[in-house]
Structure formats: C-alpha cells, structure tokens
Design a protein. Structure first.
Length: 159
C-alpha cells in the first residue's frame, strides 16, 4: 500500500485510536480480528507518512477554563498573504485561515477574558501594516468540542 494512502482497515484502527490513543496494538488487533504486527505496522506507516500523530490533549474543563476568541481580520488585498504569515507566527494564535466572505482572515485563540482579547487585537494585530479592521467574538459557552477534529492548547504565556 502507498505510504500516503489509508484504507478501510487503517480507518478502523484510527477509530479505536481516536477513542483512546493509549489503546495497545494488541487490544486493537483483537477488536478488529487482525494480527498485532499488522496493527503495529499500519500505525507506524501512518505516523511515518505524517497521516497521524499520537499525542496528549488538554481538556477545556477546569478551574480556569480559557475562552475561545474569534478574530475576523480585514486587510489590504495585496498584503493578505503576508499578514497571514505574520499572524500565524504569533505565539497566542492557535488557528489562522484565509477566508472568502466578510473577512480576509479568521484567527482563533484562547484568552482568559475580554480584556486580554482587546489587548491582543489592539497591540498585536491592528498594528500590522495593511490590517484595516478586526472584529472580535468571544465564545461564552461551549456546547460541543470534538477533540478528534483538531487541537487548541492553552499556554500559560500569551506573549
């Protein structure tokens, strides 16, 4: 099988790992009716091909739950790509994408409160040459977060 391609068996292995990344190859093999070596080899191939990365994720729950903040950025068209690269390098940024529609860029971060969000936008993003406007939205209550979709990890230092 090609290194960068996954098949139905790989998907079934990934389903088990997405539920519990610590599940042993033996447990997965038994559940799927495969040999342990087959599972081990497939997991190794997917890791080496950068299809998967097995890691620990922090939980959003806790005494100091961070708030998701969304920042819609409008910028000079000729500078959007350069601005996106600069924003993507900012330590506090967890996600950045070029957009079609109301905003040129969507930035997602985690903040402790609205004051921190205002500071980050005013001091870090709005000061970039070519940024014309930034709208912010602060998530106040999370209803669903599927950790298997992606990861957004808070850090102690948002500098």
């Amino acid at each position: 099988m090609s290194k960068g391609v996954i098949d139905d068996i790989d998907r079934r292995i990934l389903e088990h790992l997405s539920q519990d990344g610590r599940k042993s190859n033996r447990e997965i093999a038994q559940a799927l009716g495969l040999g342990e070596g087959t599972v081990r080899g497939r997991v190794k191939r997917m890791q080496e091909s950068n299809i998967i990365k097995i890691m620990a994720l922090t939980s959003f729950t806790g005494p100091e739950t961070p708030q998701l903040a969304y920042i819609g950025v409008r910028a000079d068209l000729a500078r959007v790509a350069d601005i996106a690269k600069v924003i993507a390098e900012m330590k506090f940024v967890r996600f950045v994408a070029s957009m079609l529609g109301r905003y040129d860029l969507l930035v997602i971060t985690l903040v402790h409160d609205g004051g921190e969000l205002v500071r980050l936008v005013n001091e870090e993003i709005m000061t970039l040459p070519g940024v014309r406007h930034a709208d912010t939205t602060l998530a106040v209550k999370g209803l669903k977060y599927d950790y298997r979709w992606g990861r957004i990890l808070p850090e102690d230092d948002h500098g």
